[in-house]
Write a new protein. Structure first.
Length: 320
């Protein structure tokens, strides 16, 4: 028994886990039908958003990109109609236990047959596992894994496993003495910190040196961004980097009005910038009012110091 936990606490936690484990194996959807058949417009939108020009996804014999597997099952803003599911019951139980926050952690997909325009998509979903309570930097909670079997015209086309963490947010740590001694103006909300790991450490090292580094596959020379552990063109794990020239154009953008986030002052523009090298980067546009941002706007890389510990690559509109 851990320090600070009473026998009553331990019993309550065991009882909660018993109730959570009872959901394992319960169906969350049975023979549910996708809102639309596989269709060319959705395939085109997906490929344009991903920058995927593979000819296999266009023309008379087109197939859907395999990674669209889950997209055909999504209910959109209106969701799938019907009665409450096992997911609803499970999440209500976790909410009542204080696990009111949720974050997606990972997914796994297996492709068994290509999806083609005109295919009718149905799917079965089952709650595969619920973990014991785990403690993470975000807080403590339970990992929930759902397996979805996706069928095309009644034939199994693929399997999708999706894992989330339902958790109770960790209590905020008191400020360090040196932080508490700073002027009140410096104690405002901070921008979210980027997640730096072994796969993207080199990118953030470059940012600190005011260099925007792009990965380049050493097997096929394909450039890629964001950073990935392997090439999405030939699957080679070997790579080096090239430094972006800094020139680019606005490929697409949105203006954020709501909801407000701490340390951000809406409205502001968030743009998908196409670099001269051909890859695309999501960032902010500076030097121009948010309502003057346009597709095709030429921009130039600069580095914005957000606070004492964070500097970010952004793009300044070039004078026309």
């Amino acid at each position: 028994m851990t320090a600070g936990k009473t026998a009553a606490d331990a019993h309550a936690e065991e009882e909660l886990l018993r109730r959570l484990k009872a959901f394992e194996g319960r169906p969350a959807a049975t023979a549910a039908r996708a809102k639309d058949p596989v269709n060319e417009p959705m395939i085109r939108h997906w490929c344009e958003a991903m920058g995927d020009t593979n000819p296999a996804y266009t023309g008379p014999g087109a197939t859907a990109p395999p990674t669209m597997l889950q997209a055909w099952t999504m209910g959109g803003l209106s969701g799938h109609t019907g009665r409450a599911t096992a997911h609803d019951e499970l999440f209500a139980l976790l909410d009542a236990a204080g696990c009111t926050s949720v974050v997606a952690t990972d997914c796994e997909q297996e492709y068994l047959r290509p999806l083609r325009p005109g295919d009718t998509v149905t799917f079965d979903a089952v709650i595969e596992s619920v973990s014991p309570r785990k403690t993470t930097k975000l807080g403590s909670g339970h990992f929930v894994t759902t397996r979805m079997d996706v069928h095309a015209n009644g034939e199994l086309a693929g399997t999708h496993r999706f894992r989330i963490l339902k958790y109770a947010p960790a209590a905020k740590r008191p400020p360090k003495p040196e932080a508490a001694a700073r002027p009140a103006a410096a104690a405002g909300p901070q921008r979210p910190r980027p997640v730096v790991n072994r796969d993207n450490q080199g990118f953030w090292d470059g940012v600190r040196e005011h260099r925007l580094l792009i990965q380049r596959c050493t097997a096929c020379a394909t450039l890629r961004f964001p950073w990935l552990p392997g090439c999405n063109a030939c699957s080679s794990p070997d790579w080096d980097t090239v430094e972006a020239s800094g020139a680019g154009t606005v490929f697409s953008y949105v203006v954020m009005h709501h909801p407000p986030f701490p340390a951000f002052d809406p409205p502001y523009a968030v743009a998908l910038v196409e670099l001269a090298e051909g890859v695309r980067v999501i960032s902010n546009i500076t030097g121009i009012p948010y309502d003057k941002v346009r597709i095709g706007l030429p921009v130039r890389l600069e580095f914005l110091r957000v606070d004492d510990a964070l500097e970010l690559p952004v793009f300044r509109a070039e004078a026309g």
